[in-house]
Design a protein around this ligand. Structure first.
Ligand SMILES: Cn1cncc1C[C@H](NC(=O)CCN)C(=O)O
Ligand SMILES: [Zn+2]
Ligand SMILES: [Zn+2]
Length: 494
């Protein structure tokens, strides 16, 4: 029998916080155990550990007393024609009290690749605490936040305190490859999501030391440029000088995507970008952002822009184009003298409102075909968009933003830094479009978390205070929801 709020809510919060503080080493050990699983989703043929990670997460959520289902996310078609099933996703629910708000927590347990020799100071899969920071791949993105949600629920259960909201979880294992199959999954399980009132995501970073609340992300249109010159690799002595080399064509194409000032060269790419209004421009003044600190965190010594406004606008509300790599080209140590027969250039465009993936795909394809035509090359060009994730922007007047603001103030004693994020969380826009429900991002990642980079970390403070934030958010959301219900259904209220 759960004590249902036998103390005032203040007393409950004190109990929750004390429990979280006294059990923080357990929570840190849990994160170390999760980080130890190299759940890298980038190579479809190396996802053994990833499936294991999904099972471990399912077990942890089941231990909360939740009903847990592992559901299919479809298959990945490989270049060689094989179809590999994506790792399953977790759909879980805990509580279905019709008088309570139902909040669905999204997260992912897959990670980006990481090898010690990439330049890590510690073993990326052996989480190491140094000066209060917990270093390991996935510590911030996204295993720390997912565990912080689980810790928050575990705290209520351990204290026999009633959880103030109904909970649902959707945890996937392929977010770092752009969440393929997620849209179909949400459509296939529409009934699971039909009674969800709020979606909350914690897969982002603060922008400074000030706790943040995120109301927008950029999308991602990810492209492969394939240039095929022949049926096999050739000796550059025996054949070099008499053939049109695929690599040379590809480098020329890549060089025509973006100029040195960061301007994207694809005709029409800026046409649909929402114009900057005076109202939006004013928002940037209040944002807590230390340009120098951000530069130090980045490890580069100059940015393309020199003011806070320009930098934030070009991270959040203007598109960017990044060239990521070339598959099929020689990149190992030593000096192999081969002419690669087929090379695949990979780049992505971070899309912003009101760009559309379908329009960007046409613009990119036409541009590359026009540039390629100038080369008069006999090689074969194939342009494909393998991810088309849309940008997402929320209405900060959504009720759950008020709840999150209250929770941040309660835990950190400050009002939140209202920010957007330059990265992409495909679920946000998919869920917003499919269900028309409120989506919010409540980050606990440190500004210098180094997600996707060497030496990724989450500070013990952000991980533990973040657990308190999530526990408090449940309470604050239940209050906001109750007020909302009373306002919309006065008879129910009294
Ligand atoms: C879109 N896409 C393509 N490959 C990976 C992604 C998602 C990835 N998302 C995040 O990292 C969320 C922030 N932690 C990104 O934005 O690169
Ligand atoms: Zn990530
Ligand atoms: Zn992430």
């Amino acid at each position: 029998m759960l004590l249902n709020g036998s103390h005032g809510s203040e007393q409950r919060v004190v109990e929750l916080f004390n429990y979280i503080d006294t059990h923080q080493d357990e929570f840190v050990q849990d994160l170390k155990d999760w980080v130890a699983v190299s759940s890298d989703s980038s190579d479809p043929l190396l996802r053994e550990d990833l499936s294991n990670m999904v099972e471990i997460a399912a077990k942890s959520i089941r231990a909360l007393g939740a009903t847990v289902k592992l559901v299919n996310m479809g298959e990945e078609k490989l270049n060689d024609g094989r179809n590999i099933p994506f790792p399953k996703a977790i759909l879980a629910e805990l509580g279905n009290n019709s008088s309570k708000a139902t909040v669905c927590i999204y997260g992912h347990v897959d990670v980006q690749p990481a090898k010690k020799e990439d330049g890590w100071n510690t073993d990326p899969y052996n989480m190491t605490e140094i000066n209060g920071d917990l270093y390991g791949r996935g510590a911030a993105d996204n295993k720390g936040p997912v565990l912080a949600w689980i810790n928050a629920v575990k705290t209520y259960k351990s204290l026999n305190q009633e959880i103030p909201v109904n909970l649902k979880f959707i945890i996937e294992g392929v977010e770092e490859t752009g969440s393929p199959g997620l849209e179909d999954l949400i459509k296939a399980h529409a009934s699971f999501f039909s009674d969800v009132d709020y979606i909350v995501i914690s897969d982002n970073l603060w922008l400074s030391r000030k706790p943040a609340l995120t109301y927008g992300t950029r999308g991602s249109a990810y492209f492969f440029i394939e240039v095929e010159g022949g049926t096999k690799d050739l000796h550059s002595g025996t054949f070099g000088g008499i053939i049109h080399e695929a690599m040379r064509d590809l480098i020329y194409l890549l060089a025509n995507l973006i100029d040195s000032s960061g301007h994207i060269l694809i005709p029409g790419i800026y046409d649909d970008v929402a114009p900057l209004t005076e109202e939006e421009r004013k928002l940037y003044e209040h944002i807590d952002f230390d340009l120098e600190e951000h530069q130090n965190n980045s490890g580069v010594n100059t940015f393309l822009y020199s003011t806070k406004e320009e930098i934030l606008q070009h991270l959040w509300r203007y598109p960017s184009l990044t060239i990521h790599g070339i598959e099929g080209a020689f990149s190992g140590p030593g000096s192999k003298t081969v002419i690669p027969s087929k090379v695949i250039g990979k780049f992505s465009i971070r899309q912003v409102p009101n760009m559309k993936s379908s329009v960007v795909q046409k613009q990119v394809t036409k541009h590359l075909e026009d540039v390629f035509a100038k080369l008069k090359s006999p090689n074969k060009l194939t342009v494909s968009m393998i991810i088309g994730a849309s940008p997402w922007v929320a209405d900060v007047n959504d009720p759950q933003y008020a709840a999150a603001r209250n929770a941040i103030t309660k835990v950190f004693g400050v009002t939140p830094n209202m920010i957007r994020d330059g990265s992409t969380i495909p679920l946000a826009r998919i869920f917003q479009d499919l269900t028309k429900k409120s989506v919010m991002m409540l980050p606990i990642g440190d500004a210098d978390a180094g997600e996707h980079s060497q030496n990724e970390k989450i500070s013990r403070s952000n991980y533990i205070q973040g657990t308190k934030l999530f526990a408090t958010f449940f309470l604050e959301l239940s209050k906001v929801h109750e007020e909302l219900m009373a306002k919309n259904h006065p008879s129910v209220g009294n």
